[in-house]
Design a protein around this ligand. Structure first.
Ligand code: URP
Ligand code: ZN
Ligand code: ZN
Length: 465
């Protein structure tokens, strides 16, 4: 006995058509007309779109930062994700100083296990590179099911790695079928600017923004592109925020560098006007990179349209305004960086991208589901609607209108970066591997059903299929 989703319009990365979807067990059994079998139950989806479940490849749940941890752990973070139509997240497991990768990964498994409402995988963030760690890379991709690592070119004295470590990680990762994700900002320039402002007594949150201008991001993207070119290793620029960095990626792609790029909804729909607020309120938008001037948005949308930007993730990294962001009330450099958003990725991209015709419906699906699946070794199990794929489905009703805000969101955080903004459409039903987990926009599963997904190695062929 299966479930037939009937009457909706299926949208995949390259097609948009009316057909039924038959789910049997955890997978999609058939797509088309006349797929119904006796005993099947039917879910009517008239007037709705059927998208493959979203894949958010950039989250930070239960991340310890100094003496605190992010406001969302895996329980609240994945609950918000699935309510917004994201059925898989890939979180940044982090190796802290002195740890092995095995210890870092085991730590993240403990944090996530039994707590996830959606499926989940991990990237491995390397902050302490040495010979022993280098020896663990083959294990990571071949046995642990983790086929991507992450490096930070910023956050000096905390997570930043130097060019030598970057070069060595790229070579190792390349040889072991791994994609290297990189936070691209020049941490040395930022560190100097922070110290200058502090010496001058400039401590307000808006100074965070002034320590991280677009050139600082672009310089790091350029350096990464050069390292990728020299090593031949595949790299992904995470949370790309500005025109300068985008143009650098475009040039690198044009000369054949294996470089991909991700942007985030906050850079597409919010802008740096928030930093004009002279109160501490703008600490809510202290994130890295910071929000940019409005004119950058047009370039980013165009980057999505022309495939210079490959994916949209959220970089969900939530800290309460009260008690957490506030620890930096006397010094901007102590404000924990990051903002919430995992619940709103599909809604924001649909409303401000598809409805305004900046991107098409198929491009929308490509950026939120298919490209992340391909880049991160999940395709075609996830990221599309086809027989044999996991039955991760989002029934999207665009007749619903939602006003975003802290009182209604599912994030476990006391503010919304998108307070008062309108979202057109809503994930009214969500299936996770065949289980109906969101019904009429509400969670309908008593316990978290998400599983750890072991990812395949990075593969150019799979990617370009
Ligand atoms: O401000 C941000 N983005 N915080 C999360 C950590 C990171 O840099 O990705
Ligand atoms: Zn980052
Ligand atoms: Zn991040």
């Amino acid at each position: 006995m299966g479930i037939v989703v009937r009457g909706g319009t299926i949208v995949t990365e390259n097609n948009c058509y009316q057909a039924d979807v038959r789910i049997q067990g955890e997978t999609i059994a058939a797509v088309g007309d006349g797929v119904m079998q006796s005993g099947d139950t039917v879910l009517m989806a008239d007037g709705c779109y059927i998208f493959p479940g979203g894949i958010d490849a950039h989250t930070h749940f239960d991340l310890p930062v100094g003496s605190m941890a992010t406001a969302d752990d895996f329980l609240s973070g994945t609950r918000a994700a699935i309510l917004g139509g994201t059925t898989t997240i890939i979180d940044y497991a982090t190796q802290f100083s002195g740890e092995s990768l095995q210890q870092g990964l085991a730590n993240w498994h403990r944090r996530a296990e039994g707590k996830c409402y959606c499926d989940y995988g991990f990237h491995m963030a390397i902050t302490d590179w040495n010979e022993n760690v280098a020896g663990e890379i083959p294990w990571l991709s071949r046995e642990a099911g983790v086929s991507s690592v992450k490096l930070y070119m910023a956050y000096k004295h905390i997570m930043q790695v130097d060019d030598s470590a970057l070069f060595q990680v790229l070579e190792r990762s390349r040889d072991n079928g791994m994609l290297t994700c990189v936070h691209c900002e020049n941490g040395d320039i930022i560190d100097n600017l922070i110290r200058q402002f502090r010496r001058q007594g400039k401590m307000a949150p808006a100074y965070h923004y002034l320590t991280r201008p677009p050139r600082v991001e672009q310089e790091a993207v350029n350096r990464l592109a050069a390292l990728a070119e020299v090593t031949g290793a595949p790299v992904l620029v995470v949370h790309l925020s500005c025109r300068e960095a985008l143009e650098t990626v475009a040039q690198a792609k044009a000369r054949g560098v294996r470089i991909w790029a991700e942007t985030c909804p906050q850079y597409l729909v919010l802008d740096d006007s928030v930093y004009q607020d002279t109160t501490f309120n703008c600490a809510k938008y202290v994130m890295s990179p910071p929000l940019r001037a409005r004119e950058h948005q047009e370039y980013l949308w165009n980057g999505l349209k022309t495939d210079i930007l490959d994916t949209v993730a959220t970089d969900h990294c939530s800290f309460n305004y009260h008690g957490q962001k506030e620890t930096g009330c006397d010094d901007f450099s102590k404000i924990p960086n990051g903002a919430p958003g995992v619940e709103h990725r599909l809604g924001l991209l649909y409303t401000y991208g598809v409805k305004t015709r900046k991107i098409s419906l198929t491009q929308f699906v490509d950026k939120v589901a298919t490209q992340p699946a391909k880049l991160f070794g999940l395709f075609p199990k996830k990221g599309t609607i086809a027989p044999g794929s996991d039955a991760d489905l989002v029934i999207w009703d665009e007749r619903r209108q939602v006003t975003l805000g802290a009182v209604s969101h599912a994030h476990n955080v006391d503010y919304s970066a998108y307070e008062g903004m309108e979202q057109q459409g809503q994930a009214i039903h969500v299936f996770l591997r065949g289980r109906h987990v969101v019904r009429d926009g509400k969670l309908c599963t008593a316990s978290p059903q998400g599983q750890f997904v072991r990812r395949k190695p990075f593969c150019m062929k799979a990617y370009s299929e």
